[in-house]
Design a protein around this ligand. Structure first.
Ligand code: ADP
Length: 436
């Protein structure tokens, strides 16, 4: 069983704690909201009862009705008044009684005739007009029947309670912020851990890549150190060839590493010059002849583009064509068949390298361009590499402001296409990268 690292356990524990804190906060937030709502309702009901008492006392000289006030809905309350109603007096009582428990919330009251449930009078009250608080106005009507009830409506109830919850909302926001920073930190740590894993793989691969040629060179050198070998010139040549080939292989690997080392923080510096793409391709191909012969491979090219002068960095362009051809050979199980095509399309120049190799399944087609990424092949490490070639390709393509496309199907093969736009944007030096 895979051992869990202590850091992973700490992160899991941290996530459990943060989730616990979030659930607790939600629980208390809901509770606080319920308490604030219930406090509001209680305060309104008490105030309305006191208003009812004023009316009753004035008509009967005693208090009897405790159930005069009730709640209709979240924002509406009902107050029964079995008496004739002077709206000036009613409004005065409503104002003063609601102001008493500091309910400084605007409301609207509607006088409804109980007999036919029709509204006879509606008025809006602004509780922030404090100068009217202890004044009885004289401009409102009086209603002489004694079959009325009043509906008091608080349109801003939610906002009013929201303001009372400010401290809760603030603490919840602080907690959310903490969760966000925690999640972000976890994300960064995970990414770093993945990078460390990838670097470990990279070092393993590198050791493998260097070990084989070093071992071969060492055996060959030992054989050559035998004085008897001078009498077998053919064997001697064979061994010196082996040493030459293996040192070439080592040099290639070191060059690849240097390519990457040159890329400071994944930025590529370009030295643009006018290049004939077709000539460059023809210069690179002979370097592959030996490799292809070795593996019984075939390379054909159709250089059909009529406009093939481009502005590009010669070294980087040579490297990426080399990398693509190298991969096309490496990732073909037998008899590599490689095709290089160039064509002009819609004014752009398209360069593609096609193989009929093992292909790349959909899920890995974006990932292969990531640094150190290699398509997992279980425990089979028959093809060596650092997982840097395609990442470098992508960086070079981006630096030139070209486009890169990969079409691939598992066990069918892959086509890497670079689109070099016709006179697309200029670089920092004002030079145009692309066709010229
Ligand atoms: P590597 O040094 O491993 O070849 P690259 O960056 O060149 O690194 O490629 C990344 C991975 O993409 C390779 O490990 C391989 O799994 C996959 N890959 C690259 N080119 C091809 C190809 N032509 N056909 C199939 N798979 C490929």
């Amino acid at each position: 069983m895979k051992k869990r690292s202590p850091l992973r356990l700490v992160l899991i524990f941290g996530m459990i704690c943060i989730t616990g804190a979030l659930i607790t906060q939600i629980f208390w937030l809901r509770k606080a909201l319920q308490v604030k709502q219930s406090n509001f309702d209680q305060a309104v009901l008490l105030s309305l009862r006191r208003v009812a008492e004023h009316f009753e006392f004035s008509s009967t000289g005693s208090y009897t009705t405790l159930s005069a006030a009730s709640k209709i809905s979240q924002r509406k309350f009902r107050l029964s008044i079995n008496d004739k109603v002077d709206a000036n007096v009613l409004e005065f009582y409503l104002r003063t009684e609601l102001a008493y428990p500091s309910l400084d919330i605007d409301f609207q009251y509607t006088l409804v005739d109980m007999n036919n449930d029709s509204a006879v009078f509606t008025h809006d009250v602004n509780m922030h007009e404090t100068e009217k608080l202890y004044q009885v106005s004289a401009d409102l009507p009086t209603f002489s029947k004694s079959t009325y009830y009043v509906v008091i409506y608080f349109p801003n109830r939610s906002a009013y309670i929201g303001v009372k919850m400010t401290i809760w909302i603030f603490s919840s926001l602080v907690l959310l912020l903490a969760v966000f920073f925690f999640a972000y930190t976890v994300f960064i740590i995970m990414r770093q851990m993945r990078l460390v894993e990838m670097q470990k793989d990279f070092i393993n691969n590198m050791a493998h890549e260097f070990k084989t040629p070093i071992a071969t060179i060492s055996i060959s050198a030992e054989t050559l150190s035998n004085p008897e070998i001078v009498y077998q010139p053919q064997r001697m040549h064979a061994y010196t060839d082996i040493i030459k080939n293996e040192t070439n292989r080592l040099r290639n690997q070191v060059d690849k590493l240097l390519q990457m080392a040159k890329m400071e923080r994944d930025k590529i510096e370009l030295h643009l010059e006018q290049i004939d793409l077709h000539s460059l391709i023809k210069e690179v191909i002979p370097n592959f002849a030996l490799k292809l012969d070795d593996q019984n491979g075939k390379l054909i090219y159709h250089l059909n583009a009529s406009q093939h002068q481009i502005s590009a960095d010669r070294v980087h362009l040579t490297n990426i064509i080399y990398n693509l051809l190298d991969n096309a050979v490496k990732y073909s199980e037998h008899d590599p068949q490689i095709e290089i095509n160039t064509i002009n399309m819609n004014g752009d120049l398209l360069l593609s390298v096609k193989d009929r190799g093992i292909g790349i399944s959909k899920e890995y087609q974006d990932k292969v361009f990531e640094k150190f990424f290699r398509v997992p092949t279980g425990n089979i490490h028959n093809v060596k590499g650092f997982g840097l070639g395609l990442h470098y390709l992508k960086l070079v393509v981006n630096a030139h402001k070209w486009k890169l496309n990969l079409e691939s199907e598992k066990n069918q093969g892959s086509v890497f296409t670079i689109t070099i736009p016709n006179k697309n944007g200029a670089d920092e030096n004002g030079k145009v990268s692309g066709l010229s």
